[in-house]
Design a binder for this molecule. Sequence first.
Ligand code: MSP
Length: 471
Amino acid sequence: MTANNKFYISTPIYYANDVPHIGHTGTTVFADIVGRYYRLKGVEVFSLTGTDEHGEKVAESANKNGKEPQEFVDELSEKWKQYWSELNISNDYFIRTTSEGHIKVVNGLLAKLYEKDAIYKDEYEGIYCVGCEEFKAEKDLVDGKCPEHRPDQIQKRKEENYFFKITDYLPKVKELIKSGELAVEPENKKAEMLARLDENIHDLSISRPNVPWGIPIPWDKTHTTYVWFEALMNYYSAPQIVNKPELWPADVHFLGKGINWFHSVVWPAMLLALELPLPKRVFVHAYYNVEGQKMGKSLGNVISPQNLIDRYGVDGTRYLLAASMPYSNDSDVSFGWFDKKYNADLANGIGNLAARISKLAEGQSIIEGDADFTAVFDKHDEISKLYEDFKLHEVVGKINKLVGSINEYLNANEPWKKTGEERESVVKKAALDLLEIVVLISPIIPDASDKVIRALNGDVVEPVGVLFNKI
Ligand code: MSP
């Protein structure tokens, strides 16, 4: 359970310069599943996603597309919203960093940092990767190039910048991560941060002169705020925008390993400087690789959410992402693997079981009134704990075992060979167990679960038919 019965969960805000691939989709679906789980338990959930719309990378893409940045991000943020709505993402708010509300909060926070002397002006000389939107140390580069982006994304810079005195706050951040007061999960991602905190770290450049696309520094409009510095503030600005400032601090930020440092170190340091409460948990998953390779445009192996939805449907997509969740290590996916898993677990597994039981129970009465979700999660506390630990791949594994055991029960008791009360009681037990399973899996496959719950509910059971077509 959560303290004071609220649960604020966020995804990263994604760059509005492209459309999502399964990496972004994974994070968003995982966070959605966890949000839905808490909602079913009666917790007041605030689930946040959005788009990161400033920065040089976005301006560059707009330019390539022959559009003004604002027009370009307006279009792209709509696309992200559409994808999430198609995938049944139940976010409570969608934040855009070009929105007035966000900009207002950012201005306030920047001014406060300046007043507190946490920001100073100095000369910066070094290397910047536009792809990462990040300053790089020599040791981060391979042959002078960023390992993640094209060589033309690397720029040498020498200019006046404003700096955030991050180094003042690092000892405290380190202590908080170490003690677990700021929980960085899983363990291997915490270890990575602690190791990096032992390296030589410089203050953080947070502005650029003469860059038109971004939020001007409030006290010096010739400078634009570094995109990451204001993007991180979205987690704090969203509750202000929806007039629920009491939602802060977030219960958990969900993100992928590439941006762990920004969330586990930079953001907490900013909050310490601002004297604001810190998020309680930072959950960092690993990456999806495709057939053993890093996913990338140049490799031509990018899987889009649309590819998955077209083949497996919305619930199928959500399920396969949860089942292949890269929890502490990267996970390798392929359409071959997805097909097999879909057929085994959904078409032949839960889908077949629901069709089988609802057909056997046709005309019989199983439950009256609403299914008691809280009671089911309380009874299956092991599965609840896995949801709360964000181990969604393990939730899936446990649920499949339950599916298997109902199939075994039916095969052992052969209700189809029985009649009257004897048959009814076997069928009823199987149907009630099925009901528990669909309740337990409903955060993952909400539509299919809903269909089964409705079929089993009411005066008499109606067959659910085919929930997942075999591939
Ligand atoms: N805009 C920043 C985030 C700012 S948050 C204040 C950004 N955006 S992004 O569009 O590049 O999205 C990064 C996120 O995409 C990662 O944190 C992760 O959630 C997801 N992924 C990107 N590639 C991925 C994989 N290959 N596998 C899994 N998730 C990955 O960074």
